[in-house]
Ligand binder design. Structure first.
Ligand code: 5GP
Length: 243
């Protein structure tokens, strides 16, 4: 498969067409941004770390029956993916209170959310990704009611799978963001699952192991990404029993 023209360039990834219908190439670049792109840097190997973790997570989820866009890695920071028609939603699952939830609502940081809380934002930097509710999503025609129900079921399944395997490495999955797209009528998990999109805390020390290190200048970002990549990609995955 050959990479052809650039289709789209986002804040940290570029998407290329290929000579094969229905397949795209995603390049994970070394760019890192925060606060709607107001803070930005280039950090060597960051693209590689996020690509590796994303590929690992996609494989693990596929093994457990979750449909993802992932096909295969072709380079240390490039993967072939299924072309999807993306739904402009950021679907966030939260297991503990942190981040914007603590800033906006009277939660104490680090309180367990049982059952997990799903927050869905409209993916639009110019509007600062405003939070949606089911009625707005449907009124905007972003999904049907059945699709929204399906997305919520898939994201809770993904949360269960991810939380379980990260716990084995002493990592707490505080919250994470997913994006979905369609091919025909089928919904697939798209985009990435990486240190940029998950909020991870070390179980022993409580330290941040994700992009919060960059957002809030908490330490050496690349040393953290490197360590987390090793911890995640050396974890043995297993096929879970049907719940
Ligand atoms: P919060 O709403 O607390 O800022 O973010 C919740 C979770 O979703 C965090 O794990 C955060 O990394 C992820 N998240 C929220 N918005 C974005 C976004 O625009 N891009 C990425 N990569 N992750 C996001």
């Amino acid at each position: 498969m050959k990479q052809t023209n650039l289709l789209y360039s986002g804040k940290a990834k570029s998407v290329y067409r290929t000579d094969t219908k229905g397949k795209l190439i995603i390049e994970f670049r070394d760019d890192i941004t925060a606060f709607d792109g107001r803070k930005k840097d280039v950090l060597k190997n960051k693209g590689n770390f996020n690509a590796e973790v994303s590929a690992f997570v996609f494989r693990y989820l596929e093994k457990n029956g979750v449909k993802t866009h992932f096909v295969k890695m072709i380079d240390e920071n490039k993967m072939i993916v299924r072309e999807l028609s993306m739904i402009p939603l950021e679907v966030i699952v939260r297991n503990l209170t942190a981040g914007s939830l603590v800033r906006k609502y009277p939660f104490k940081e680090g309180s367990p959310l049982n059952p997990p809380v799903i927050v869905i934002d409209y993916k639009d930097d110019s509007r600062h990704d405003p939070m949606l509710n089911d009625d707005i999503i449907i009124a905007l025609g972003l999904t049907t009611s059945a699709e929204l129900k399906k997305i919520k079921t898939i994201c809770l399944k993904i949360n269960h799978l991810l939380k379980d395997f990260l716990a084995k490495q002493g990592i707490i999955l505080v919250d994470f963001k997913m994006e979905f797209g369609r091919q025909g009528k089928t919904i697939y998990l798209g985009d990435e699952i990486s240190m940029d999109s998950m909020r991870l805390w070390d179980k022993k020390t409580g330290k941040s192991l994700d992009k919060d290190v960059y957002r809030f200048d908490k330490g050496d970002v690349m040393a953290t990404y490197n360590l987390v990549t090793k911890r995640i990609t050396t974890t043995k995955t297993r096929v879970h029993k049907k719940r």
